[in-house]
Design a protein around this ligand. Structure first.
Ligand SMILES: Cc1cc2nc3c(=O)[nH]c(=O)nc-3n(C[C@H](O)[C@H](O)[C@H](O)COP(=O)(O)OP(=O)(O)OC[C@H]3O[C@@H](n4cnc5c(N)ncnc54)[C@H](O)[C@@H]3O)c2cc1C
Length: 529
């Protein structure tokens, strides 16, 4: 895949945006007012007229057919059930749920994972890259994971389960908190992999080196290297790419950086705050990870200076913290080596820590007509299918700024249903028209290319559109509200929101119980005697 130049800053790997708080709150309330209600059809992702909706789900495949590419697929006349042989690349959350949905739909799955375990990002890796900026994710020994030791989820557990296998109400590694630490999520994924039967199918230490179409993409050759170093090639009907997108750092170009004599590190390689003790640190970027890391470092550092876009409304010292200041974005490095911010101030610092997100990276794909251009993977129909190679090549897990696990599941169901013939895609031209339309709308809204896969604020529309494709109900109002509430919490800049959340949930529950009347209270008193 051709990678064209990335923009200055990025999409962020976490679920949230780098908009300013005011801007954000205005948009959240806009969402509240104007989002379609749960059962209304989405407005922003109109179904292409060619797209037959999935009317009902079937239990098992009955026919083996040929590829649903081309005219048959586009007219929707390809209505036989097809059991495809599918290679899934990567066994993180996306690959695990994709494998489950493919198996449920009756497909055969070969599951490749380059590391020694499943769980992807959630398998905390204390190592860091030799290069603190992680510039070459393909270098030998490059680290996949980007979690820091203290990381707790930024979404509550009720938004992090899969259908039929919730995370809420259950404890997997002894951490019952609403926003658990990373070990709890990994244990949840392990349990999910076991229970869904996908764990047994994973080929560990099997790194996919190359994925290439045979003919027009009816079949796909997958070259992979096993633990013994041997390279093998196998042929599949389809390939689902789930290699994660929080590994290859996006580092903005800073004017005059050659004059910088201090250290630079990307959050991909941040693990613990100790190396920053007594330092003056400039944290660039202000999404969920940036907020967490700035708060954590402030407990040991001398000073923390956050450089962020859209921060005009809160420049200066942040009251919540003793030693944290908010600035506009970095304007450049001065001749004296100080970091100069766009609002006019400058600081002498020891380290610049980039929390500026990640770039999409597919080292095993070199496909004509599919590019990563300024962090837009495209063209892709609804973030999943490249029209030229659909449906036999697909991507699960590119979008962010949404309820990620639910998006992974819906995308997976869609891929599985398209491959089996339960639902069909528009023609290649129909998909391209939809892609161009999406790009045009982005441009009109003034959204840069690099935000192509950042779903917010239209995330509900995308989720509901996917749900329509696979005959699932629309997003529950409660989940939407919880997500909006989390965003507000993050933008409060107070990293204690996670614990407060639990206190608030508890008091809300008590209040509800109390509202339910004295009978409950009386019976509670009776039973507690
Ligand atoms: C700091 C941080 C905080 C986050 N917090 C949250 C949160 O609170 N809630 C939330 O929902 N999400 C959060 N996320 C997003 C997180 O990325 C998703 O939850 C999810 O883990 C993405 O799963 P994935 O399978 O797409 O990618 P990954 O988890 O990265 O998995 C990809 C897998 O593919 C494998 N792989 C890659 N290349 C190859 C190859 N060539 N051959 C074989 N295997 C390969 C990798 O080894 C890896 O196991 C966070 C991410 C980060 C970095």
């Amino acid at each position: 895949m051709v990678h064209k130049g990335a923009g200055n800053t990025s999409s962020t790997c976490s679920c949230f945006t780098t908009l300013g708080a005011e801007n954000f709150l205005a948009r959240v309330s806009h969402c509240r007012l104007h989002s379609p209600s749960v059962h209304q059809p989405p407005t922003d992702y109109p179904s292409h007229p060619d797209t037959p909706r999935l009317a009902r789900r079937h239990s098992a495949p009955t026919h083996h057919g040929t590829s649903p590419r081309g005219a048959e697929a586009s007219t929707g006349s390809w209505n036989r059930m097809r059991r495809a042989e599918v290679a899934v690349v990567g066994a993180g959350a996306a690959g695990l749920v994709a494998a489950r949905e493919l198996l449920r739909e009756g497909h055969a799955v070969a599951f490749f994972e380059k590391s020694g375990r499943t769980g992807g990002t959630w398998a905390y890796d204390p190592r860091a890259d030799a290069d603190p900026l992680g510039r070459d994710p393909a270098s030998p020994g490059a680290v996949h994971g980007s979690l820091y030791a203290s990381l707790r989820t930024n979404l509550p557990r009720e938004l992090m389960g899969f259908s039929g296998f919730p995370m809420a109400g259950r404890v997997f590694a002894g951490d019952p908190r609403a926003f658990p630490g990373h070990r709890e999520v990994l244990a949840f994924l392990d349990a999910f992999a076991e229970e869904s039967g996908v764990a047994a199918r994973v080929r560990l230490r099997a790194e996919v080196l190359r994925v290439a179409p045979l003919g027009q993409g009816e079949r796909w050759a997958v070259a992979w290297r096993g633990e013994d170093g041997e390279v093998a090639e196998e042929v599949f009907d389809a390939v689902v790419v789930c290699n994660g997108h929080c590994t290859a750092p996006l580092v903005p170009k800073i004017r005059g950086i050659d004059k910088w004599r201090g250290k630079q590190i990307h959050s991909h390689n941040y693990r613990v705050p100790e190396p920053f003790r007594d330092q003056s640190v400039v944290v660039v970027g202000f999404a969920a990870s940036g907020i967490d890391i700035a708060a954590e470092i402030s407990r040991v550092a001398k000073e923390v200076h956050i450089a962020a876009r859209y921060s005009e409304d809160r420049l200066g010292k942040i009251e919540l913290y003793q030693n944290v200041w908010m600035h506009a974005e970095i304007d450049g490095i001065q001749d004296d080596g100080r970091v100069h911010f766009a609002e006019g101030s400058a600081v002498a610092a020891d380290t610049i820590l980039y929390c500026t997100g990640y770039r999409y990276h597919f080292p095993f794909l070199d496909l004509d007509g599919l590019t990563v251009d300024d962090n837009r993977v495209g063209p892709l129909y609804r973030h999943v299918f490249p029209p030229k190679y659909a449906p036999n090549l697909s991507f699960v897990g590119l979008p962010f700024k949404t309820i990620i696990f639910q998006a992974l599941e819906l995308e997976s169901k869609w891929v599985a249903a398209v491959l089996s013939g339960h639902t069909a895609l528009p023609s290649e031209e129909g998909m391209m028209t939809a892609v161009r339309e999406d790009y045009r709308r982005m441009e009109e809204a003034g959204r840069p290319k690099r935000h192509t896969h950042a779903l917010w604020p239209e995330w509900v529309e995308y989720m509901n559109w996917l749900a329509d494709q696979v005959g699932e109900p629309h997003l529950e109002a409660r989940r939407r509200d919880v997500y909006d509430r989390v965003l507000k919490c993050i933008w409060s800049l107070d990293d204690r929101y996670r614990d407060r959340w639990e206190e608030e949930e508890e008091s809300a529950t008590v209040a509800t119980l109390q509202r339910k009347g004295s009978i409950c209270q009386a019976s509670y008193r009776d039973s507690s005697r």
